[in-house]
Structures are given as C-alpha cells and as structure tokens.
Design a protein around this ligand. Structure first.
Ligand code: NOJ
Length: 556
C-alpha cells in the first residue's frame, strides 16, 4: 500500500453536528460540543472524523444548502472554534474530513442572489436558468424532495433547476468560472490543514446538455431525469480537473457520494490511476428493502439479495478500486432497526451487523450512535419530525390519497430523522445532549441506550466496535485480502472467506433469530484448525449459530 493511501487502513466516524453534542444549551449541537467528546472518539479508536456541513446555511436541508462556504454556521460556533477543533483532532492523532456540497448552493448564496437579478448578471450562468416550455416548466423532471425540479422566478420570467429542494439551486459546472471559484474555496479549507472531503452527490455535477425529458414511471407525476443528471457526460473530466487543480497538492482522502453508480462505474471513479476519487458511497445495498417507486414503498429485505450485492462490489473493486463500507449515515434509518432486531436481540444483532461489515475490504464508516446501537424512533405526531424530505413526502402522499397511518409507517421505517435524533450520552433528560430544548426530540429509549451505560458494560456494542477497529489495525488481511461469498443461497446465514498470502479468515453471521446448525461440513473442513478471533456470544461454536450470532475464525 502506498503511503498516500493511508485511508485504506482507516475507520471513519461521521458526525452530524446538529445532533451530536450541545455545549451552549441552545438545543443545537455545536463545534465546542464535538471538542468535548474527542476523547470519547479516540477511545473508540477511529482515525478519521467526517463532519456533515458546518457552513453558514439557512438550514432548509440542515446545512446541505450552503449560503457561505467560508463561514461557520452561527448555531455551531465560530471559525475560531473550527480552528480549535481541527487542532484538537490533530493533536489526538486523528484526521478531519469536511463535507463538500457543490452540486448546489442555497438560494441565499451570493452567487444565486446575483444570478437571479437579471439575465445579464455575470453569475447568471452559474446556475441552470431556462425559459418555460408551453407555459410550463422547461422539462418534466421531478425533484428528489417532491414536486417539480424547476422553480419559476418572476424577476426574469425564467425557471431555475433544483434537483433537491427549491432552496437548493443546482450549480452549472459547464461554467469554468464557477469551477474556478469552487477550487479556490476547496483550497481555503485544505490550506487550513483538513484531511479530505466527502463529496455530496458529486456524480450529479455533470448534466446532459439539453436536459432531455425524463421517462414517467408508473404512478409518477414527474419524469425521472436521473439518467441525465447522474454520471453525466463530463463527470470524469470534472473529477480529474478537481484533482489536477486542487487535490493533487494535498495528501488527503476523498469519498464521493454517488447514487446510481454501478460497480463498473465505481471501478472507473476509484481507479487510482485515473485520479478521480479514492472511494464512493454506493446506494445499491440500501435500496434492497424498497419496492418499485422509491424508498417509501416498503419491502422486506431478502438476505440473499444483500449478500449477492455486497459480494458483487467486493469482487468488482478488489485490486482495481476501493470500497467504502457503511450501514448508516444521516440519510438512512438505523441499521439495528432495519436489518437487525432492535428489541430482544438489539445488542447481539448490532454486533453481528458490525462484524459482517467490518471484516470486508474497504474503508468502514461508523455513523454517530451506531457504536452504541441507537435505534429508529416512532414519533406519534408528524409535528415532531423535522426533515424536509419526510415532510414534503407526507404532503404529497396525503394529496394522492394515502392513509395517514400508511404514510407514518413509511416514515417510521425509512425517514431520515431516525438517524438525526440527538446522540444519547446518558440517562438524564434529553439523553444528556442538551439541557435546553433539543431541535428534535431525543429517542425515548435513551434511558436504556446511552454512551455512559455502554462504557460501563464490558460486553457493550461500543467495546465490540472498539475491538473491530483494533483488529483492522493489527491484521493486514482485513485490509488487503480477497473476498469470497459462501453459502450464497442460504436464507439467513451471511458467510464469507477472506484470503491473503497464507492467511485466511472465515466470517459467519446469522441474520435471523433461529438457531442454525451448520450442515455444510465442508465449510469447516476447509479450516481443519482454527482460532476464534471474535464472537458476539460467549462459548461460540461455529457448528451452531444462535440468533444473530457472529463468529470470525482465523485459519491456522
Ligand atoms: C445527500 C446528503 O447526504 C443529503 O442529506 C442531502 O439532503 C442531499 N445530498 C442534498 O445535498
């Protein structure tokens, strides 16, 4: 492994600052709050912290709508706080990665405010402004957050494109001046010494010229423009330019969030010889529990699909590119509630899921609270929800005639606020997140599930994650080894083998609550002698896997 590929050995921890820790009791997490918890993160053993956006923003989409890229959001603190945070992270031997949101800005960004004023504005072409077509929007694309992807503006009698909310106008990367401004901004942060970027929907920045009409799928009102705005014609060129003009001067890591990217796309995006990004976030495994029509249409997960999918990515990128490994982030429901069992087997299933992911090849990401097994939340009233995606969807489905209970069920299972309730630090009011009124309610399970309780219990999920992280540092096979899926068709066992040089590992995970007797003798015969290096139950025996049991064997 080359020295500049330090991220191959790292484990990243994602912080959603708004919900992490509130130091000034205004109900919103902040940078000083993060500083207070750095020793906790160091104890967990993670190497890299990724901060969701901390820039000045009107918070239509919690910071993913940036008003000023070079200022800190007031609620989160000041630039001095940021400088201190960066320094404190570095002092502890960790690294800090920032969110880079450059597919769109806020509609309150200076560029947009200027571009809106007239067709002659020097900023006009920084965005996609188009005339209406036959008294309607310029094309039929729908926005990811509901409704049309276009908003009409009276001042110039034109529409602007917004793939996300109407307060998130899309930037036009065809414009070289805009690209130049983005590169300068990136340098501003890199020159401070940050260690990389997580690049928000970065494969959306190149759009098919002409913005063709999208296909209208069954039951949909708007056209699906995704094939024209995802992985567009100039995407590789733009990513390479970002590297050439900016990133190549710094020893940093990049992870591109890329919905709609296939393993084949990913081998290009992450091929080290192409200088695009180090790794990407894929969505395929997160889409397996959705029926046609999108994430709100619920479908139970079929484990065989999950195994097939993850195995496909593992093999496709081996020695070609690099994977990121994740179950959770601020956009996804909590994994223990999703693919595990957040009741009777919460602890066992959270550990099993962690083991299943962390023994694969790639860079693992842990999302705040995952390390203590935080669960989804069910607020009774819609008023307790905050997420624009959820609230827009509710209105849209209500208008289409869906029953309230059915919509709420989708929100309980898939809503992004599941991930955004405050981190549960202890069993005091609001889980110790704030003594003010939190911006979103704490999960009522905080009395049982919290950091203090986890740290006191040597068998907690926290210490299991700590062990996984330290094993990755000790065992190069976890970083370098190949991947082979075993028992492909088994409905509840996820088993795989890793091999590297003369070493091998065998990972068994039971995704169900029934005990499974391992009948396939051959599997264990391949390992006539082995040592159990990790298990989530005492006295583990790989011949019999109990509910949500995980066992990892090292061949001797
Ligand atoms: C992806 C981010 O993760 C999500 O939270 C956000 O809403 C969209 N991109 C738009 O920036």
């Amino acid at each position: 492994m080359e020295n500049n590929q330090w991220w191959k050995k790292s484990v990243v921890y994602q912080i959603y600052p708004r919900s992490f820790n509130d130091s000034n009791q205004d109900g919103v997490g902040d940078l000083q709050g993060i500083i207070e918890k750095l020793d906790y993160l160091k104890l967990l053993g993670v190497d890299v912290l990724w901060l969701s956006p901390v820039y000045d923003s009107p918070n239509d989409d919690n910071g993913y709508d940036i008003r000023n890229y070079q200022e800190i959001m007031q609620e989160f603190g000041t630039m001095e706080d940021f400088n201190l945070l960066l320094d404190q992270v570095h002092q502890r031997g960790m690294k800090l990665v920032m969110d880079l949101v450059v597919n769109h800005t806020s509609d309150e960004h200076y560029w947009f405010m200027e571009s809106k004023k007239s067709k002659e504005s020097p900023y006009r072409d920084y965005y996609f402004w188009r005339k209406g077509k036959d008294g309607r929007e310029p094309n039929n694309w729908g926005s990811v957050f509901g409704g049309s992807a276009w908003k009409y503006d009276e001042i110039t009698d034109e529409y602007y494109l917004h793939i996300f909310s109407k307060k998130q106008p899309d930037l036009n990367w065809e414009n070289p001046k805009l690209r130049q401004e983005v590169y300068q901004m990136m340098r501003f942060w890199l020159d401070k010494g940050i260690d990389g970027f997580r690049m928000d929907v970065i494969n959306f920045i190149s759009k098919e010229p002409g913005l063709p009409e999208g296909e209208i799928h069954d039951g949909q009102t708007y056209g699906d423009g995704s094939r024209y705005f995802m992985n567009g014609p100039r995407i590789h060129e733009f990513l390479q330019e970002i590297n050439e003009r900016v990133l190549s001067d710094y020893p940093v890591m990049t992870v591109g969030e890329m919905p709609g990217a296939s393993p084949k796309d990913a081998t290009q995006y992450t091929d080290p010889n192409r200088n695009e990004v180090n790794m990407i976030f894929t969505f395929e495994h997160m889409d397996l529990d959705s029926a046609p029509g999108g994430k709100w249409n619920l479908k139970p997960l079929n484990l065989v699909d999950l195994k097939e999918n993850l195995a496909k990515w593992q093999t496709a990128l081996h020695k070609k590119g690099w994977n990121s490994l994740y179950w959770n982030n601020h956009d996804q429901p909590r994994i223990v509630s999703r693919f595990g069992n957040d009741q009777e087997y919460r602890v066992e299933s959270a550990k099993m899921l962690a083991a299943c992911l962390h023994f694969m090849q790639g860079t693992p990401y842990i999302y705040q609270g995952e390390e203590i097994g935080m669960t989804n939340v069910k607020f009774e009233s819609l008023e307790d929800y905050r997420d624009i995606e959820t609230l827009n969807m509710y209105e849209e489905r209500k208008a289409l005639g869906y029953a309230h209970d059915e919509i709420m069920q989708s929100i309980y299972v898939k809503g992004r606020d599941n991930a955004r309730t405050p981190v549960q630090w202890d069993d005091s009011e609001h889980g110790g997140f704030t003594s003010g009124i939190p911006w979103i309610k704490v999960n009522p399970r905080y009395k049982e599930i919290n950091v203090t309780a986890a740290l006191e219990d040597p068998n907690s999920i926290f210490y299991f994650y700590q062990k996984l992280i330290s094993l990755r540092k000790e065992m190069d096979i976890i970083v370098e080894g190949d991947f082979q899926l075993l028992l492909e068709d088994h409905p509840s066992i996820f088993a795989y083998e890793r091999n590297w040089k003369d070493e091998s590992l065998l990972v068994f995970c039971n995704f169900g609550d029934k005990t499974i007797v391992m009948e396939d003798e051959d599997l264990l015969n391949r390992f006539p002698e082995y040592e159990i290096i990790l298990a989530n139950y005492d006295e583990a025996d790989p011949k019999e896997l109990r509910s949500y049991e995980a066992i990892v064997l090292k061949g001797k």
